[in-house]
Design a protein around this ligand. Structure first.
Ligand code: NAP
Length: 287
């Protein structure tokens, strides 16, 4: 068997086209573009690259972006005050706080300063609770992107055994909860899990969200399983041993070109969602 490759770039492009159309409609109805504010603290080169990619993508979809940058010596209070100001600014629809932040910053305090109506990256406790309770709110973007990929390839999680390897608050935990909400039977694995190969081997859907190159070996994968590799390690290497996993799986995401591109696409889509809600939903006034 050789897996069908799930093309995350194509899924992201489809989301992006829809976002572009909706952003133009919003601008016609409201006289302004949806606006994403980004905050970068410190000078981590990877974070700078991610923020640049996100703002470039905003431009190409017809969104405004405003970049804020605090120095390496910024305090938690500096960052919290800036985020509070952006939360109160009516011309800002979505707020992205790039992380990780420098060690002296209390990331949680900065995230919690984001108004929940502008939390388009889904990082606040309120967004997490809304997702857990299936209430309206913004999903974390990478888990949201993973669900878009599954939908694009007609993978219905209902009744499936899903194994999520990783339990971080931005990725592993929420993707497991989104799968649970779609009626999968979900098992979480982490660094203390015993017999990881056996647990992974029972999965109809495997989500790798660890950050350890090729931790998930190809011969652990149940023949015919769906494999989502959210890992992104130096050298463009995922968390799954790709070639051998692809020889057993039914569907698999590559690295790069799998989960990664959908993350930014969901961020922008959620910024337009926020703009529409902020404006009292312009959809019915569209041309
Ligand atoms: P993280 O916060 O470091 O969490 C890693 C998780 O993996 C933890 O829950 C940890 O378990 C678990 N783990 C570590 N070693 C393990 C092992 N040997 N066996 C089983 N589980 C193990 O990482 P993250 O932020 O979730 O990111 C995970 C990966 O996804 C990284 O490669 C990251 O670059 C990538 N990522 C990609 C995107 C994207 O847009 N594509 C977005 C976010 C993250 P414990 O909880 O027990 O420590």
């Amino acid at each position: 068997m050789s897996a069908i490759i799930m093309d995350g770039t194509a899924v992201a492009d489809a989301i992006h086209q829809d976002t572009t159309r909706r952003a133009a409609r919003f601008e016609r109805a409201s006289g302004r573009k949806p606006c994403l504010a980004t905050l970068l603290v410190g000078d981590d080169p990877a974070s700078q690259t991610y923020v640049r990619m996100k703002t470039n993508r905003c431009r190409s979809a017809g969104l405004d972006s405003r970049r804020y940058h605090l120095g390496n010596d910024a305090t938690t209070e500096d960052a919290v005050q800036l985020v509070r100001d952006l939360s109160a600014d009516e011309s800002v629809d979505g707020i992205l706080v790039q992380h990780p932040m420098p060690a002296q910053i209390d990331e949680r305090a900065v995230f919690e300063a984001i108004a929940s109506t502008k939390d388009v990256d889904g990082v606040t406790a309120a967004s997490f609770a809304a997702m857990a309770l299936a209430e309206p709110g913004f999903a974390s973007c990478t888990p949201g992107g993973i669900m878009r990929i599954l939908d694009a390839y007609d993978v219905d999680p209902a009744g499936q055994r899903a194994v999520v390897v990783g339990r971080s608050p931005i990725l592993g935990k929420p993707v497991g909860m989104l799968l649970l909400a779609r009626d999968a039977t979900v098992t979480y694995c982490h660094s203390k899990t015993a017999n990881l190969p056996d647990v992974v081997g029972e999965a109809d859907i495997v989500v790798a969200a660890v950050g350890r190159p090729e931790l998930i070996r190809g011969d652990w994968i149940k023949p015919g399983a769906v494999v989502i590799d959210a890992g992104y390690n130096p050298g463009n290497i995922g968390d799954v041993e790709y070639t051998s996993a692809a020889s057993r799986a039914r569907l698999i995401t590559p690295v790069p070109g799998g989960v990664g591109p959908t993350t930014i696409a969901v961020l922008l889509a959620q910024t337009v969602d926020a703009a529409e809600a902020n404006q009292g939903d312009t959809r019915e006034h569209s041309a």
